[in-house]
Design a protein around this ligand. Sequence first.
Ligand code: ADP
Ligand code: MG
Length: 820
Amino acid sequence: PVEVETEGIRDDGSRFAARIYAYPNFDLDGNVIGFIEVVEDITERKQAEEALKEAMAFNESTLNAIDDIFYTFDLSGKMLIWNKAVSRVTGYSDTELSSKKPTDFFLGEDVQHISESIERMWKEGSSKAEANLVLKDGRQVSYEFTGSILKDSKGNIIGFSGIGRDLTERKRVEEMLQKSELKYRQLIEQAPDTIFVVDGEGNLLHVNLAGQKMLGYSEDELCKMTTVDTYPLDEMAAAHRRVMEMRAMRAGEIMHFERQMRRKNGTLFPVEISVGALKDGTTHGIIRDITDRKQAEESLRQLTHQHQLILNAAGEGIVGLDLEGKITFANPFVIGTTGYSVDELIGQNLHKLVHYKKPDGTPYPYEECPSYETLKNSIPNNIRDEIFFKKDGTSFPVRYTSTPIIEEGIIKGAVVTFRDITERKRLEEQFLQAQKMEAVGHLAGGVAHDFNNILTAIIGYGNLLQMKIKEDDPLKAYVNQILLSSEKAANLTSGLLAFSRKQIINPKPVNLNDIVKNVEKLLLRLIGEDIELKTILNPPTPPFGKGGQGGIGDLVVMADSGQIEQVLMNLATNARDAMPEGGTLTISTEIVELDREYIRTSGYGKPGKHALISVTDTGKGMDEKTKELIFEPFFTTKERERGTGLGLAVVYGIVKQHNGNIDVYSELDKGTTFRIYLPIIEAEIEETKPKVITTPIGGKETVLIAEDNIDVRNYTKTVLEDFGYKVIEAVNGEDAINKFMENKDIIEFLVLDVIMPKKNGKEVYDAIKKVRPDIKALFMSGYAEDIIHGKGILEEGLNFVLKPISPQELLKLIREILET
Ligand code: ADP
Ligand code: MG
């Protein structure tokens, strides 16, 4: 068929728009025998088309520019106008498109779908549909179509127009969104932490699986709860406050906090919560159970605390060093001993701070420091004795250890520990000093003992000579001189014996105050008129009438009064010498309780009550060097004639022999205080019986003399025989017993040397006593109070005499003993 649009002319001459369809006319054999022509009046359609074209003309270019397809169909379903996108998208040419109907672009269900949408449009004026647009090459593209009816100026419907939008991209995005939403949903559900959503009132909208497990509620239960229900029962106020706070959050704001959470079963546990507010007024959050973290934190805190306590309590300095030797850590001991603050220590080189110089003041290069060696060569436990200097410049001795800190085989620094060894050094010195005194004592004692025996003979014979020589003999002056010198020698040896504690002492319970009072007169005479003597006795002795007896709590000590008097005399003599221009000498007594500190620093004594005698002068004092040496025998700072150097040695020996202690405090040009501590005993003071003094005369009795030293023996024998006694000699202990047995009926008295070969004096005495219980004896000794003590001579109240002994004294004693 042929179709032509043309202009027709009616009979009346008017013109109209016409479309002529011409069909060939066939005969039965199929030959063309003519044409059938159909003329259609399309005036109206043409007019509408014109109107449309007119209406569209202004935005044709706009339409062509857009990516969406634009199209118009007339009422017959013919596509009239379309933009360039239509052919670009579908692939059809404009000619092809001009004969397309709306449904021609779809397949299957979409055809029906589109037809329905068009129907709807006719009724409602517009409609929307999604369908797959079928392209010329058969591909299908998802499109959204929006159609609306077109009317002419008179309001007649003339067709419809539509816009098609490619949905491929949107679909893809939607799909992606869906997928990601699913992903996030899974993520939320499977998250190990609790994730929740609450509304502005605190109502729980969603709680993920982890949250359900954590709290012990089901999803349904949770959805009926509010956040307040998960607070501890006693924290309701805080819970409500928190809801308010969360409600007040602006979108995008985030808040972190920790709190206690309550499970369905009532148990509580700590959580850490982060919440963020969304635009819709809901709050989303993550809750993490921090029980483990809190426990770990707590254990760590405790551990750190413990370490801190240990470090604080350590009686050692502990210092951490980095590789350069700089301090990274220091415990309180370091601060206490060095005087530096933490701030002054940290970051400083320990070596340059505390032992930058050697004890003698010469520089101490860091390269020679143990910590340097440790850091450089990883030397473990590098121990050395060093001197540390404090901030104030003073120093103290330390035992220094440096140990490398090695982590995974790499040296990271070092730990230095140090101990203050002042105390140890002091004890060592104390010990050495004691040892020295002991050694000197032995030596002095040994010499004095032998010398005493010799002196006994010299003085003895000297005395005999003096007694027998005629008054007018010119030689008498010589004898006197010999005896005078011998006397001095005897004084010397007795001093040495006192120092070496080999002197025989006769201790009894005595009140120290009594001794001071007794010796006061003597002291006054000794110190002279320029020096004032003050005595402060405390506690005062009981009032007169109670016999001057001291009881418990008084200054009763076990002492040999004579010896203590000697001590006071020696100290007073020194005080006098120290105050040539006069001054004050103060002697005071008191009861003191020795504390551990005194015992620790002095190395003396047991805790408990002690009598303390202090002797203080206001003299010239002494320097440190002198102070160290004063107790040594023969140490003196005085010129030859004045000082023997034995005064304090004797004092020392006597005090030690009385189980006491002496210390000295002195300041140059200010004065000196000597303090003597003696253990207080709980005992009654013995009343001393006045002795019956008889004149030194001889006797007729037979005396056994046992003495190993031939000089002393001969001398004693001579004296006794000269004064009428009969003498039997024995040269040692066994000999003495034998001689006694041979003459047991005639021997009436024994003179026994204490220390003899074979058997000592006491053993001899005991053996003889078995035979003759009433036998009387005199022991002689110049030595070894400890042996005498051990043998019980003093304890049993036996008579003894210290060598050397003058003839008068010997004779007098023997008479006294025989007659009591
Ligand atoms: P001497 O008195 O014979 O020198 P000591 O043993 O009594 O011997 O004393 C030794 C030294 O101790 C004295 O030479 C003196 O230097 C010093 N000294 C003792 N007592 C005092 C004192 N009270 N004040 C000052 N120095 C003293
Ligand atoms: Mg003296």
